[in-house]
Design a protein around this ligand. Sequence first.
Ligand code: ASP
Length: 334
Amino acid sequence: METEKQKKRVQIYVIATGGTIAGTAESSADTAYCAGQLGLDALLATVPEVKQLADIRGEQLCSIGSQDMDETIWLQLARRVNTLLADDNCDGILITHGTDTMEETAYFLNLTVHSDKPVILVGAMRSSSAISADGPANLYNGIVALADPESRGRGVMCCMNTKLIDAKDVVKRHTTDLATFEGDGCLGYVYGNRAFYNRRVTFMHTLYSEFDVSTIDRLPRVGIVYGYAGCSAIPFDAFVREGYDGIIIAGVGDGNIHRNIFPSAVKAASDGIIVVRSSRCCTGPTCLNGEVDDNRYHFVASQNLNPQKARVLLMLALTKTHDWQQIQQFFMEY
Ligand code: ASP
């Protein structure tokens, strides 16, 4: 029988991208800090305890505040994660990331990583030099979850403030609070040295995703237009003029579009630009043929995706088709 010592150790790979988790301030009481200052080794040195859980290797992909995240880095990251996970010597990947756009990166990877091995993003709301910095605990919990066999096949997750939240649901809801990340319900949580799961994701992701970015070096251009009382059509029309392939409207309520924009949206859709209705509301779906007759105008309804995640799915959808009905189907399934 295999002894505990002979059991293969879990192999975790860390990809560092910067963010507040790697940020430092002049004083531990400062709110102002510089993101992405600590390199990977310094970051891992804040949690020496992880060596008991797994063998850890890693690399620094970039050192940015995630407000500067872009599609080029997403493509690099997705390719790197796929390559690493294809290796038998990698059991899971931890990505350290700024919290501002963590939900978008997580969702992008959820649709472009083709493996059932776990991929988890962690970050921090307080810089590494702050009083009660939350980075080390998030790092530790992320590695606990990656080392737990129960984490396989759940899609890409974020592990923040002990919660494990799936990439489709996760949203940064509060600008500064530690408990900022929420989902419609968490998949689970980390306590001590174990991950505890309460539910599974039913939408398509990772192994079942049909989006492949292995040979793509540029994603289609998709912009977001924000809705508000008395809003102007200037931003929408500018995206059209610039030749954008798709436009997401962060509409009001159930994805409703102001009359100042509506004619531009109808014209764009009839000219073959994909127009997706989403909502500026924090929660709730933007329903197909809800208050707007999408079938008549050939609009796509974002269903459960907020505007920034609808943009991620639309960019990937446009790598496969420009047919609005097929794209609507993607929004139902992913
Ligand atoms: N601006 C920072 C970033 O997203 C915030 C954070 O990491 O919490 O990189």
